[in-house]
Design a protein around this ligand. Sequence first.
Ligand code: MN3
Length: 203
Amino acid sequence: MFKRKPYSGSYDDFKDVFIDAKTMEIHQEKHHQGYQDKLNKALEGIDHNYATIEEVLMNILEIPEDKRTAVFNNGGGLVNHNTLFDIISPKGGGNPVGEVMEMVQDTFESFDNLKKEFNTAAKTLFGSGWAWLSIDENNQNLHITALPNQESPWVSNHKPLVGLDVWEHAYYLHYQNRRADYVDAFWNVIDWEKVEEIYQSYK
Ligand code: MN3
């Protein structure tokens, strides 16, 4: 049984800097919870030895074909939202720190360039999906990607560092059709200390 990692603060924490409490509540208790429930249902009766959903996704072809799409979508939904709710903080913002900042400078030359590339990925993604900053399996190269629906970077052996949900359920109550404003506000809440901690945990 795989479980979601809930945001540990209050739903109201982000109202002035990112998103309203109602969106946070629905996003976690309905959407994120829904992916958890549907994933566990899809995995019922399937024998596997994986302790984490990340490992399941990295070995998705081992899941029987009739359940594979459900595990791909709902396992992705579970783990993607774990990343999002893990790396946001009402006291976030500012610049990357530590080795992540060194890699940002090596790869993009500046944090501003990373932001531009990530913003383009998030704002131009057609329909539902996520924008990602992730690192490859050797912990060497940073990548910015836009992935559709709930496709997880783990499926391609990329480890997520920062993920932004651009499904309408993530922002529509607060921003309506203004996805670009939502994407711009995301930089106010990224907890770069946490991102560095996640990167160190991958080594
Ligand atoms: Mn979502």
